[in-house]
Design a protein around this ligand. Structure first.
Ligand code: ZN
Length: 224
């Protein structure tokens, strides 16, 4: 009888993990389990099946691992904030970039999102500091300049602490609109404003380059 019960439990778990399980069977989970699955489903790129797999993985992991995950989630909300100077996500305010004595504090690179900083840092050739807008101008989505974190960039420039602003927003309609707006605002203050070059990816063939990218590459040419 005990053995039959064990096999039934195993069968149920296999069924719950299998791809043929309809969405409605979610309600058959114990309440804490469905709650965890529901929370995991809110994460970007995590569907119902992935959420179930993750939830079962957490259930089977050690108490220490599960607690470490919960603590990391709590800490990220409790201890991280935006840098008051550049809006980067940081645990100390001002952030490590804004207080660095070895970085050029007069050269500011403007990006849309905090994650863009890592892409620029990977080059190991930029020694300036950053400014994070947390988005881009998008009239279609009702995002205007006032929804972005632009005012403290103007404050930095106004205070005479900046020689050059490099606009590194994305080469999209929204990124270009943001770049144009920023250049108008900043040139009024009288600071040098530059835009990162757009063009053909390294290692690719110009034969397969679309006309807009080719045009951008031609416009962004430099002296040799
Ligand atoms: Zn900062």
């Amino acid at each position: 009888m005990l053995s039959a019960g064990f096999h039934l439990l195993n069968y149920q778990i296999t069924q719950l993990l299998s791809s043929s399980v309809p969405e409605s069977s979610m309600s058959k989970f114990a309440e804490p389990m469905s709650r965890l699955i529901d929370e995991l489903k809110k994460l970007p790129g995590v569907g119902a099946k992935s959420a179930q797999r993750l939830a079962f993985y957490i259930l089977r992991s050690s108490d220490e691992d599960a607690e470490a995950l919960a603590a990391a989630v709590r800490d990220v909300k409790a201890n991280l904030r935006l840098c008051s100077v550049c809006n980067n996500i940081t645990d100390v305010d001002p952030c490590v970039y804004c207080t660095s004595a070895t970085r050029n504090q007069r050269l500011v690179c403007v990006v849309e999102e905090p994650t863009n900083i890592a892409a620029i840092e990977k080059t190991k050739h930029f020694n300036g500091v950053f400014h994070v807008l947390h988005g881009a101008i998008s009239p279609l989505h009702g995002i205007g300049p006032e929804q972005l974190r632009i005012s403290n960039l103007i404050t930095r420039v106004d205070a005479g602490n900046v020689d050059e602003v490099i606009v590194a927003t994305n080469p999209t309609v929204e990124g270009e609109a943001t770049a144009t707006y920023l250049s108008q605002q900043l040139k009024r203050v009288g600071v040098k404003v530059t835009r990162i070059a757009m063009g053909i990816p390294v290692g690719s063939d110009i034969e397969y380059t679309d006309e807009i990218t080719m045009l951008k590459a031609m416009e962004g040419r430099r002296d040799m």
